[in-house]
Design a protein around this ligand. Structure first.
Ligand code: HEM
Length: 436
């Protein structure tokens, strides 16, 4: 018998996209850490659990192509151009090296100033309105922060103009789901890219003439291993990827984070106690303050575990890889299941329960098993924006929770969808009340 056929054929429940973590964990129990799933056109291999994550992200990572996974299977290359997610091997390593300075700790003081300014304005607006869909609002906030810090856009109308363009760029994904990447889709994409190019090229030229310290400026100044600067097209591919990856995922995590805290008042009281302890009378938290807020950090990790914004990481398999008595065959399309790994009973005690203390001593359920928590990926290709995202989310939560009580409006259907859109399916509406 062909080795490939020995990988069990799994069956996912019809509505698994609305309950993906528990559904994947049940598959793990039934079929083991590797199984095949028949899609409409193709067959996919799913691997689930820390051991599989370690294989894909670390020990055998060279056999698993992110460029094929995200660039081709998920179509990011055609949607956004070539960013880090559409690259592999030496080219990826070189471009990641060029991008690293934009995500160095030394940048975070400046980024945090932009974060605080945007957060203050948004929170004042939300409070004035009384109740808001936190998912929709967080999207505006995270985009504005990414646009200012990464692309150096001017707050206000310039950011808003780009926000519209990037919303359309994201929307291309929904259009693919309906009509595929046909000629009309490509025309729409090309028109959009032309307009984005028209907006971004002057920004690039500006930085060539007058070097600046935002991510775009640092990338414009960078040189590849042959001493060459990046071309306009390369810079635009990176910017598109950063501006999309830099706000969509954070938006979903913020919405769930604030919602979960609003549902767990006892834990929230501990978060506030910690805030008082760390900040004392100070209004604004520094990056170091936010780093010291462990109780807040555990709740964020728990939200990442329960509602990871990226449910599965896509890979193209480049060489046969043995795993648990099977051969993962070269040419296969594979997903390492982030959300499935986060709901395994053998790794997490009571995985369906919101229990941030699992991350603190003495339990430390995440560090006890390496590659158990992979909401930001892992290994050398861990999310480049992990610290940026955590800083932004913690800064927002600190500002908001210190001054406002949050309450979910009654009668909502609050569920995460892992379909074409990865988001709470009907948003999450929260009421803000000034604390006494
Ligand atoms: C809550 C927020 C975020 C989450 C949950 C998240 C999640 C992830 C995950 C899971 C990966 C790895 C995918 C894989 O292994 O297949 C990844 C990679 C990446 N992320 Fe994030 N991300 C977040 C925020 C950001 C931000 C703020 C930025 C940029 C400003 C960013 C930029 C990237 C880039 C460029 C990569 C590719 C890295 C590489 O391949 O070297 N992400 N992210």
């Amino acid at each position: 018998m062909n080795q490939e056929t020995t990988i069990p054929l799994g069956r996912l429940p019809k509505d698994y996209r609305m309950d993906m973590g528990p559904a994947m964990a049940r598959c793990y129990e039934e079929y083991g850490p590797i199984f095949r799933v028949a899609g409409l056109v193709d067959e996919y291999i799913f691997v689930v659990g820390p051991e599989a994550n370690r294989l894909v992200l670390h020990t055998h990572r060279e056999a698993f192509s992110t460029a094929i996974g995200w660039g081709e299977i998920q179509g990011l290359g055609e949607q956004l151009g070539n960013g880090l997610l559409s690259m592999d091997g030496a080219v990826h390593a070189d471009h990641r090296r060029m991008m690293n300075p934009a995500f160095a700790v030394s940048q975070f003081g400046e980024y945090l100033k932009v974060m605080h300014r945007n957060i203050d304005a948004c929170v004042a607006d939300w409070a004035a309105r009384g109740s808001v869909d936190i998912y929709e609002e967080a999207r505006k906030l995270t985009f504005a922060i990414a646009a200012e810090t990464l692309a150096g856009l001017a707050p206000g109308s310039e950011v808003e103009q780009f926000a519209v363009m990037y919303a359309q760029l994201l929307d291309l994904r929904h259009v693919v789901a309906v009509q595929g990447r046909d000629a009309a889709w490509r025309l729409r994409r090309d028109t959009l890219w032309d307009r984005l190019r028209g907006l971004l090229l002057p920004k690039i030229q500006e930085r060539r003439d007058h070097p600046r310290n935002d991510a775009l400026g640092l990338l414009v100044a960078a040189q590849d291993r042959d001493g060459q600067a990046l071309s306009d097209e390369q810079l635009i591919g990176h910017m598109n990827t950063l501006l999309v990856a830099g706000h969509e995922t954070s938006t979903s995590l913020i919405a769930w984070f604030l919602y979960l805290l609003s549902q767990h008042p006892d834990y929230l009281a501990r978060v506030r106690e910690e805030q008082e302890l760390v900040l004392g009378g100070r209004q604004q938290a520094s990056a170091e303050d936010l780093q010291r807020m462990k109780v807040l950090g555990y709740a964020l990790s728990e939200t990442e575990r329960m509602y990871p914004p990226i449910p599965n990481g896509a890979r193209g398999v480049l060489a046969d890889v043995p795993f648990r008595g099977h051969i993962i065959p070269s040419g296969a399309k594979l997903f390492y299941s982030i959300v499935g790994s986060h709901y395994l009973k053998e790794v997490w005690s009571e995985p369906d329960k919101f229990d941030p203390d699992r991350f603190g001593p003495p339990r430390e359920e995440d560090t006890r098993t390496p590659y158990a928590l992979v909401g930001f990926g892992g290994g050398p290709r861990t999310c480049i924006g992990i610290n940026f995202a955590k800083l932004e989310i913690k800064a927002l939560a600190t500002r908001l929770l210190r001054h406002y009580d949050l309450e979910a409006l009654p009668g909502q259907d609050i569920r995460q969808s892992y379909d074409v859109s990865v988001a709470p399916i009907h948003g999450i509406k929260l009421r803000l009340t000034l604390r006494a």
